[in-house]
Design a protein around this ligand. Structure first.
Ligand SMILES: CC(C)(COP(=O)(O)OP(=O)(O)OC[C@H]1O[C@@H](n2cnc3c(N)ncnc32)[C@H](O)[C@@H]1OP(=O)(O)O)[C@@H](O)C(=O)NCCC(=O)NCCS
Length: 189
């Protein structure tokens, strides 16, 4: 289980269904910032829908197929991270992230994802960490780049959101690259 101090003021901890009201309040206040990129920032509109979302991750965690974490700054929930996909059989997982605007620009997500990758690679023996983003999401790409990920390629119009379809960039990091025993494999860009 991952519970990690990230800085003197920030922690990463499991986010559970009983915290649905707090999660719903965060989504509500950060919605304009999150909704352009995250489908659930549109569908979580109250405590019940937040609970359903967190329960799905609690069930996934029980099956070892997904996990969700909250990020606190001075005790307040300001963001989070998740293993949207966690396949211990194939050794592949996918990480997703979000922050309220006031918590951006401090390296909190980079630190949180470093902790997740450490856990996935060193404790769980995962081989490949994936990161999916739309081409217009430059802050998301900057995090992936900062973590040493490389862009594998583009899934054309793979992501439906708000009645439109968007290309999806797939970024990845291999366990050997994280351990520093291999240089990043050749990327498309
Ligand atoms: C994507 C998102 C989480 C990135 O947040 P972020 O604040 O840029 O990322 P980090 O927390 O890693 O912070 C990085 C910033 O902190 C700075 N920083 C300060 N100290 C740092 C440190 N020790 N380590 C790394 N970065 C540090 C970096 O320079 C960078 O600042 P910059 O944006 O001015 O270049 C955020 O923009 C967000 O929630 N967006 C909306 C939802 C979203 O798009 N989710 C992803 C969908 S794919």
């Amino acid at each position: 289980m991952l519970f990690r101090p990230l800085t003197e003021r920030a922690t990463l901890h499991p986010l559970e269904p009983w915290q649905a009201a707090e999660f719903a309040a965060l989504v509500d206040r950060a919605r304009p910032h999150l909704a352009p990129w995250l489908p659930w920032a549109r569908s979580i509109t109250d405590q019940a829908s937040a609970h359903e979302f967190l329960q799905r991750y609690a069930d996934a965690q029980a099956r070892d197929t997904g996990r969700i974490y909250g990020l606190r700054l001075d005790g307040n929930l300001v963001g989070g991270t998740l293993f949207r996909v966690f396949n211990a059989v194939s050794g592949v997982c996918e990480i997703g992230v979000w922050l309220a605007p006031e918590a951006e620009g401090q390296g909190l997500i980079t630190r949180a994802v470093e902790a997740m990758i450490d856990w996935a690679v060193h404790e769980r023996g995962m081989s490949r960490i994936e990161w999916l983003t739309v081409p217009a999401n430059h802050r998301s790409q900057a995090v992936a780049r900062r973590l040493g990920m490389r862009r594998d390629g583009v899934l054309r119009q793979a992501f439906p959101l708000g009645g439109e379809r968007y290309d999806v960039e797939v970024w990845s990091l291999l366990a050997a690259e994280w351990r520093g025993v291999a240089t990043p494999s050749k990327a498309t860009t």
